[in-house]
Each structure stands twice: as structure tokens, then as C-alpha cells.
Design a protein around this ligand. Sequence first.
Ligand code: APR
Length: 246
Amino acid sequence: MSFERIVILTGAGVSAESGIDTFRDSGGIWSKVDYRDVATPEGFARNPAKVHDFYNQRRRGLLRVQPNAAHRALARLEAVFGGSFLLVTQNIDDLHESAGSRKLAHMHGEINTALCEACGARSRWSGDMTINSQCPHCSTVGRMRVDVVWFGEMPYHMDRIEAALARCDLFVSIGTSGNVYPAAGFVEQANAAGAHTVELNLEPSEGHSSFSDAIYGRATEIVPEFVRRLLAAEVDAAFERIVPLP
Ligand code: APR
């Protein structure tokens, strides 16, 4: 089996071993804070300072973490693979970029980008954001928000993502629980395109039964080995269980 058009989807599990909390594992982000307060337009309208503080803490945390072997393996796959390649991430961190990935679509936005609600301009934003932050483009004060997609908002780059899914012959989902749409539905779109679909995760996701293959384990172990085998054209072996199930 050889592939010519690969789409990869990543979720919080690919960054977990870099020290970034996931959302729904035990002790995850949504067990500590109510997503309705910090990840919805309504929550931002109710208490913008609380939302700014939530993302300021996570942005500061990014300064202390590095990409892990899974991020680096995906960057290597992109660099070496000769066919078409798209890495779609639900993550708002910058670890894929730091590892070298470039053919990348942040469907839930990026924590290091700001959006001005007054003029619509986007700016790189590395420091804290407050209710008194000023837009670098239109100078308006108090209309800045983090440029991430909140619940109820339309994810970014969907035309590009859906075009890639409609053509792909391999779809690989890594480190996501399959709880949130539209990302959770990508495997069905890949199946409809006739693609081979494989899930790499710590444990079976909500949508595990939709995948042709699955490899379970820690991303820093299973992703580099999967990429090595894929690039070595040992594709049949690539789908064998790399680490025995627990
Ligand atoms: N290696 C591989 N997988 C892991 C690891 C690891 N070291 N650690 C955790 N996982 C897996 C978990 O088993 C889980 O299935 O990663 C998945 C993380 O799931 P979630 O916490 O639900 O994160 P994610 O799927 O990315 O959430 C999707 O929900 O809240 C929104 O916008 C948010 O982008 C996020 C979206």
C-alpha cells in the first residue's frame, strides 16, 4: 500500500507530553474551568477579563514548553513525503510550527494571534491581553480578543480542509478524543473519499469504530515509529500495533 495524499488531524494529546494539559482527560482543562465561561462568545461578553486571564495563563505556559518527538516526527513526514500533505490541528499552541511543520491549518485558531473586533485585523500577540489592550492596526482600545474559535463559532480553513479530505488516500487522527465537530466527522469524510483511516491515540476515541486501523499508546512512542515505517514504505507493518495494548 502506498499513499499520495495524506491528511493528518491532531488534538491536545499530541502536545500532552510537552506538558500542555488536555481538555477531557482526568484533571483536564474542562474539569477545572467551565468552558461556557472562557470558550464561548457569551462568556466573553459576560466577563472579558476572565477570558483574557484564562488565555494569558495558557500563553505564558507556552513559553516553558517544547515540541516533543511526535511533533518532530510529523514535521519530518511533511518534509520527506513526496505527495500532497496537510496537517490540520485543533490545537491553539505553536508546537507544530516550532517543530518545523509548515503545511498546517489551525482550525481552532492560535493563542499567539489577536483579533480586533472593531476593525477585524489580526496581529501576532505574545504578551498578556487585557480589556485595555489596543489594536495595533486601528488603535481602538478594549475590542481585542484572542484569535481562537470558541464553541458555537465556525472553525477556520474549512474549505481547504474539506477539499483535502475529499482527495486524501490516507487520513491519520492523532491525540484527539473525537468529541468535537466538525473535526470528529473528518474520518467519515475521509472514508467517503475511499481513504485508509488510522487513529493514533492513548485510548480508543469516541469515533474509534470509524477507523480502518488503530494504534494505541503515547504519542511520543507511536507517532515517530508510525512515521518511520510509513516513510520506509513498510506500510503494511505501519498499521501493526506498535506497542502492545495495555
Ligand atoms: N499520547 C496520545 N494521546 C494522548 C496522550 C498522549 N500522551 N495524552 C492524552 N491523549 C489523548 C486522550 O486519550 C484523548 O483521547 O488525547 C485526547 C485528548 O482529548 P481532548 O482532551 O478531548 O482534546 P481534543 O480532542 O483535542 O479536544 C478537541 O475540544 O474543547 C475543545 O477546542 C478544544 O480543540 C479542542 C477540542
